[in-house]
Design a protein around this ligand. Sequence first.
Ligand code: ATP
Ligand code: MG
Length: 435
Amino acid sequence: MTYQKLKGTADILPGESEKWQYIESSARDILKQYQFKEIRTPLFEQFDLFARGVGETSDIVSKEMYDFYDKGDRRVALRPEGTAGVVRSYVENKLFAPEYHRPMKLYYIGPMFRYERPQSGRQRQFHQLGVEVFGSKNASVDVETMLLALDLFKHFQLTDLKLVINSLGSNESRQLYRKELIEFLEPHFEELSKDSKDRLYKNPLRVLDSKDKKDKEIVKGAPSILDYLDEDSKEHFESVKRMLTAMTIPFEIDTNMVRGLDYYNDTIFEIITTNPKFGANATICAGGRYDSLVEEVGGPSTPAFGFGFGLERLILMLEHMGFDYPVSSLLDAYVVTIGEAVNEEAAKLTHELRQNGLSVEREFMSRKPAKQFKTADKLNARLVFTIGETELKERKVRVKDLTSGLENEVDLEELYTRFSEVYPTLLKSLEKEGE
Ligand code: ATP
Ligand code: MG
């Protein structure tokens, strides 16, 4: 019997996992700079939370959920996205209470699950990084959060990026726009793609960002949602634009850009790469304001703003661009063993060095010394400690600095008992003159 990973899942092996660690830790640093705090919510939740929170008509809920009945006959689902769970947690833990700082700025990094047809950049288990800001309607929250997203991508030296924004207005003005849009689209009903026909009465705004060529032609003449904004939404959007302009952040407005999820209002944004290599997966980050979701999920009326992006797609892009991950080759010492008799002393030596804070690897396979030195070199070890039967008898170890090429000897007992004096002297003796 052999086993294979499930379709659409991936193993992240050593060699690859270092890249993930680098990306996650740099992202965490930037998030810290912006004062975002991490939240970790469960990987599965009640099915209804997503149906309600993400929207029944979204592809995520209607087509892509991993949902099932557990042994207690509860309908549960693996999370397809991060926002619903974070909002549930915000409400359940009363993070809106007065003792908490407002706005509350949260982020998450972790796996998400969607039943999709797997292809490059599209998996059934994938990872997202997302942020949510709760409790402020200030347009500078929108701007700060978009700047954070841009900063994250800038850190990885992604260029050819475009910030695209739009406003969906308030729920009331959107209802009005919705009606007008349906009226505009109805005469073209027969020409619309099947998906758009299905969406026309359920979620006509989605027709605007249809990928179908014919649909795209038709919606070119559609009324602009920006003409339907009420005064508050207009001023909010103007404020966002003024701040971006004042900070000389280039942006574009796309009045046909809507998001796949129903809960957005006012500012929405996408970061798009204009690099033709990434054609179909051009959107690398998306988000916006969602002021009614917290209430929808049972909390007090709370404005919110967030975004999310996929880490697999980010890594793919970095791959394409030949991004140089900084290698953290932190190996202080490699212990070379010559002869079976030294095995136990090598174990002790390795342990003592580690207890003194060094990162150490040792030989386990009793290979020829030349091979062991090669490994030490490959692992970028700074020092090689060699212990053979002669050294064992004399209670000594030979030490070579792979950078300077210089060698010395040190007494084992001295090293074990007076490390903090012996070790610096040893390092000094291995330095080349004048260095
Ligand atoms: P797409 O149009 O590619 O299906 P989406 O609109 O479903 O994307 P969102 O729900 O907005 O995507 O999720 C945000 C990000 O999560 C996407 O931009 C993408 O980077 C990533 N993502 C979404 N689905 C997958 C998946 N199946 N595999 C890998 N990454 C994904
Ligand atoms: Mg999708």
